[in-house]
Design a protein around this ligand. Structure first.
Ligand code: FES
Length: 285
């Protein structure tokens, strides 16, 4: 759970970001000449700040203790937001692919299609694309080339995009066979769980469970990052490394044990999980 102080910091950041958005929106109401001058001022100030921040980062990186400090600083939401805004922190490959897929999805959907990222391995993105029509009339090849083009532009180091067959029925290993249901909460149907797609299951107004499926196994954790208690369900799962990266500040966790690979003292809370009657079940107490 996020502490009161952390919630206040997040609220303040949101307020500040809101002020920036409002100011940028107000610029759009100016006439073209005034808008161009305001944009030029904004770009000049940003470039000035970016140059200073880049120097700070270079100096910190040159020293072992500085590198540690840099990591600590980047874990602060305000610093992370500042670094991200200036393009000084680069999300990992899979996260950037997800962002591009999210960006093109509305366009794909407007053509009656759907796209989902399955995984990213060795610089290859594996996606599931559902077009309309069949055979020569299928729109899937066209949608694929549109997605490829977007990825080429925004994630140039990606080597190619592979389209995967429609997802087969998941085969989940039944990892517990207890008969009595006492103490267990019945969750989503197993057909809703997909490899590498974290599933958020709200068990009460203020508590949720994170289900992660991989290699036919299912793991359950309290859906609260060990760093600041923020939800992990928007995180990226790396099937090969069996890790999930927190979407907030990038801490990585082992999907099997919940161990934090970024800050060794942190740990996700694992929950007992089982598959029964086509549903996932967890015990939270
Ligand atoms: S909340 Fe900061 S890394 Fe997860």
């Amino acid at each position: 759970m996020a502490t009161g102080t952390q919630a206040i910091v997040a609220d303040e950041l949101e307020l500040l970001a809101g002020r920036v958005d409002e100011a940028v929106a107000a610029l759009k109401t100016l006439d073209a000449g005034a808008q161009a001058k305001a944009d030029a001022l904004k770009s000049a100030i940003e470039a000035f700040h970016k140059a200073g921040l880049t120097k700070v980062i270079q100096l910190l990186k040159a020293d072992a203790r500085g590198r540690e400090l840099l990591l600590e600083m980047a874990a602060e939401p305000a610093v992370y937001a500042l670094f991200s805004m200036h393009g000084l922190i680069r999300a990992d490959l899979a996260t950037r692919v997800v962002r591009v897929i999210d960006m093109v999805r509305p366009h794909i959907q407007s053509q009656g299609g759907e796209v989902e990222l399955d995984s990213v391995e060795d610089n290859v993105a594996f996606v599931r694309i559902r077009g309309t029509g069949h055979g020569c009339n299928s729109t899937t090849p066209r949608l694929k080339s549109e997605i490829e083009e977007a990825l080429r532009q925004h994630v140039p180091e990606l080597e190619r995009v592979e389209v995967m067959a429609e997802e087969p029925e998941p085969v989940l290993v039944q990892i517990a066979t207890a008969n009595e249901d006492q103490g267990w909460l019945k969750g989503p149907e197993t057909s809703e769980l997909h490899d590498a797609k974290p599933f958020r299951w709200d068990i009460s107004d203020d508590s949720s469970v994170l289900l992660i499926r991989f290699d036919g196994r299912l793991q359950a954790f309290r859906n609260a990052c060990a760093h600041q208690g923020l939800p992990l369900d928007g995180g990226m799962v790396d099937i090969e490394a069996r890790t999930i990266s927190c979407p907030w500040h990038g801490f990585r966790f082992d999907c099997q044990t919940g161990e934090c690979l970024t800050a060794p003292q942190a740990q996700l809370e694992t929950l007992p999980v089982r598959i029964k009657s086509g549903h996932a079940w967890v015990r939270t107490a």
